[in-house]
Design a protein around this ligand. Structure first.
Ligand SMILES: [Mg+2]
Length: 182
């Protein structure tokens, strides 16, 4: 790449993309409501269908520690580092609906992705304002309005949605960008 050419930009979502949120939802659903569910049981269900007792309040997402203690999605750290060699990478999270999550998400990024500058972290509400060349996200509500190329990270709630390029893991994302060849 010519050093004078600006790098193309990638917006990367947090929950369900670099942070493994599904096991955490299952764990907190059990803690808050005493109801046990499993990863296999929620496949193909919306969030409200998978966790019906929490659907109206979204209390799980307001619990202290929920976002701070999420596991990193397998392969995400190395893959994001690799992408940063050739792309300008932004972490973009629609976090303002859950104010406590803002600080927890920043701390989580500092722990697991300390190589990402604060300048490249965007905490927002509506992601349709994001104008990157690529958006990697698990929610069609964000991908449907992406100005750039949309890449859908597989999740229980998007199994029945087929309007975007689907990837199942970070290895597939790296392969995809290798094919992009820039
Ligand atoms: Mg997400």
């Amino acid at each position: 790449m010519n050093s004078q050419t600006p790098k193309k930009t990638i917006a990367i979502d947090m929950d369900g993309v670099i942070a493994d949120v599904e096991p955490q939802l299952i764990k907190y659903y059990k803690q808050l409501y005493g109801i046990t569910t499993t990863l296999s049981a929620i496949q193909g269900l919306t969030g409200a269908e998978a966790f019906p007792e929490d659907a109206s309040t979204k209390n799980i997402l307001r619990q202290p520690g929920f976002f701070r203690t999420l596991e990193v999605m397998p392969g995400a750290v190395a893959a994001v580092k690799k992408l940063m060699e050739n792309y300008e990478v932004y972490i973009v999270s629609a976090a303002t609906e859950f104010p406590l999550s803002l600080f927890e998400k920043i701390e989580w990024l500092q722990e697991h992705f300390p190589f990402i500058s604060w300048r490249n972290i965007v905490m927002c509400g509506d992601k349709s304002i994001i104008h990157t060349d690529y958006l990697i996200d698990d929610h069609c509500k964000n991908l449907d309005f992406s100005r750039g190329k949309a890449i859908m990270f597989n999740a229980h709630h998007n199994l029945n949605q087929h309007q975007h390029l689907r990837v199942y893991n970070w290895d597939e994302i790296l392969e995809l960008f290798e094919k992009e060849g820039c």
